[in-house]
Design a protein around this ligand. Structure first.
Ligand code: PEP
Ligand code: MN
Length: 334
């Protein structure tokens, strides 16, 4: 992908297109209000990105490793902080999760919280602050070559978030909010749709249908734990409903990923439960990560470090390879 300077001229853009063609690739030019982005169509590995970066008018040139992350059969890793706290916090985490092997960057700007007295995300400080945090997220995604996902908590935020996010998250608490579902679906953006902690599988899929009915079928389902049963101490934040993953896979063609961070609420369980979710058939994981979990304003107790994330990704890739092969064989043989 090549990002042009905001001052790039038509001639400079045409020159970049010409250079791309020299590598036997096609160029897809999108002219935005503020700048032009040129996508490369074909095998990007054939191209010399360091050369593109030196051409006049080019701001950044980088390879998008897998241009079809969301539909590829590879395990997709979404990682990042629970919430965007500052530009430096976000960029530092983005760089580290990318190096650890993440494909998509997450970070909340509008946070659903149980208490009005706790930090609600930078979005709560006003529209300008929300927009600034969303811009950081977008910039971090561009800088490190990752699409970004962030949550909308209410209908009033949909247009603003859609202007910056590549994927819009609908959190567990909003799974039943059909007006929000419809308005997010109408943006045409892919949706990360989390199961409510009290919802049955039927309900979860029925509410996903609200978005499909708006013509948006780019829905990624996410299992994030259901309410624990019994009295006494809860050892986990929620109960990870792992059997829901293969059960849902049999009901729908929509991809299903898992969130071991919110499901367990415990950093020390994230490795095992990531492996378990992938073994259960999840095609992706969403994991909260921070360079210093104890500094995080929200959910520090469930965040893994970038080093742990790397270990999780490496183990889960191996498991995914095994499970995906078996799954494909079953699909082919019926
Ligand atoms: C989150 O992913 O940041 C989040 C708040 O999760 P959930 O909606 O599953 O509680
Ligand atoms: Mn969180």
């Amino acid at each position: 992908m090549i990002i042009m300077d905001s001052t790039a001229t038509k001639e400079e853009i045409a020159n970049v297109v010409k250079e791309i063609k020299k590598f036997g690739l096609k160029a897809d030019v999108s002219r935005g209000e503020f700048r032009t982005v040129i996508g490369l169509i074909g095998d990007e590995r054939k191209a010399d990105f360091s050369r593109f970066a030196t051409l006049p008018g080019v701001k950044e040139a980088f390879m998008v490793e897998t241009p079809y992350k969301l539909i590829s059969r590879d395990l997709v890793i979404i990682a990042g902080p629970c919430t965007v706290e500052s530009k430096s916090q976000l960029f530092r985490i983005a760089e580290k999760v990318k190096k650890a092997g993440a494909h998509i960057l997450r970070g909340g700007v509008f946070k659903p919280r149980s208490s009005v007295h706790s930090f609600q995300g930078l979005g709560a400080n006003g529209r300008n602050e929300a927009e600034e945090a969303l811009r950081w997220l977008h910039e971090a995604g561009q800088k490190f070559g990752m699409p970004v996902v962030t949550e909308v908590r209410g209908e009033a935020q949909v247009d603003l978030v859609a202007g910056y996010a590549d994927i819009i998250q609908i959190g567990a608490r909003n799974m039943y909010n059909q007006d929000l579902l419809a308005s997010v679906a109408r943006t045409g953006k892919p949706i990360l749709f989390k199961r409510h902690f009290g919802a049955g599988i039927d309900e979860f899929l029925s509410f996903a249908e609200y978005m499909a009915a708006e013509g948006n079928k780019d829905i990624i389902l996410c299992e994030r734990g259901i309410l624990p049963v019994g009295k006494g101490k809860n050892y986990t934040r929620y109960t990870f409903d792992l059997s829901a993953i293969p059960a849902i896979q049999k009901e729908t063609y929509l991809p299903i990923i898992a969130d071991p961070s919110h499901a367990t609420g415990r950093q020390d369980l994230v490795f095992n439960m990531s492996c378990a979710a992938v073994a259960a058939g999840a095609c992706g994981l969403m994991i909260e990560a921070h360079y210093n979990p104890s500094e995080a304003l929200i959910d520090g107790m469930q965040m893994v470090t970038p080093e742990e994330l790397k270990e999780i990704i490496s183990a889960c890739r191996k498991i995914h390879k095994l499970v995906a092969q078996k799954h494909r064989a079953k699909v082919l043989t019926g």
